[in-house]
Design a protein around this ligand. Structure first.
Ligand code: FMN
Length: 250
């Protein structure tokens, strides 16, 4: 089994690790030439962004050829997934890639412009992540062919969310602030899935941001901030190390 994953703060990697098999980072795959993959099972695990799909996941879906008797996609999200899976499934249809099983899993929300991370961490237990994970793992093991339902609200969110996401990504470089605690260690650049950060004395952002906030959440000194963030608290899934995020995205 092969699982392709995209992660900024570890939730999606935590899910991928739990399912097992050979784990392949989407940002790394996109930086290499190979596009054809074959196995008995192939899965994709990714976070919901703006009720939709991160840019790298969309590129991967458009470029990769996945050949397997059983294929699945799992979307992690924080509070409201809107049309995230609907968007993924419609992209998959567009590129004629079949997915036999699609599911979503509610985890800690890392979206700093809207949420106080301390509050999100306080809600973690109520999300029963372990139980959700166990059910998904069982369904994948049994190669079940089930799809998460498309709630009616998801139809409304899909189009607007994609436009908003791409607009926000364009404006993103001007929204980061680096404070005096930065020692130029370069970890922000190492965890950036799009190689969009150059570290001279301090990080400088180029124009191809995914707005994943891996740079902010993984900065060991908490030195990177958003101009409008709801929290100084940072998040990384406790089952995932900084080393694993670097290895996934560098
Ligand atoms: C740019 C951005 C947009 C997000 N949009 C949504 C969203 O629309 N709905 C939602 O429930 N969570 C949203 N989230 C939260 C993430 O989907 C969630 O925390 C995810 O599990 C993070 O996965 P990761 O740890 O693998 O990066 C967003 C996060 C980011 C950074």
């Amino acid at each position: 089994m092969k699982i392709f994953y995209f992660t900024a703060t570890g939730n999606s990697l935590c899910v991928a690790k739990r399912l097992g098999g050979e784990l392949l980072s989407i940002p790394r795959v996109l930086k290499e030439d190979k596009r054809y993959f074959k196995d008995d099972k192939i899965g994709v695990v990714f976070p919901c962004y703006y009720f939709g799909v991160p840019k790298s996941v969309e590129s991967f879906l458009r470029e990769a050829v996945l050949e397997a008797p059983y294929t699945f996609a799992i979307m992690t999200y924080g509070n409201m997934d809107g049309g995230g899976l609907r968007r993924f499934r419609s992209l998959a249809r567009e590129v004629e890639t079949r997915f036999d099983f699609t599911a979503k899993i509610k985890m800690v929300d890392n979206y700093l412009p809207m949420f106080d991370i301390a509050d999100q961490l306080a809600k973690e237990t109520s999300k029963e992540i372990e139980a959700q994970l166990a059910l998904i793992a069982e369904r994948v093991t049994k190669a079940q062919r089930i799809h998460a339902p498309n709630p009616f609200a998801s139809r409304i969110t899909t189009f607007f969310s994609s436009v908003t996401y791409h607009r926000a990504a364009k404006k993103a470089p001007g929204k980061f602030q680096i404070n005096q605690d930065c020692n130029g260690c370069g970890i922000c650049a190492s965890v950036c899935p799009r190689s969009n950060i150059v570290v001279e004395k301090a990080p400088r952002y180029l124009s191809d941001c995914e707005i994943c906030y891996a740079c902010i959440h993984n900065c060991p000194r908490g030195a990177i901030h958003l101009k409008a963030e709801k929290s100084a608290v940072r998040f990384r899934n406790r089952e995932v190390s900084l080393k694993e995020i670097i290895s996934a995205n560098n």
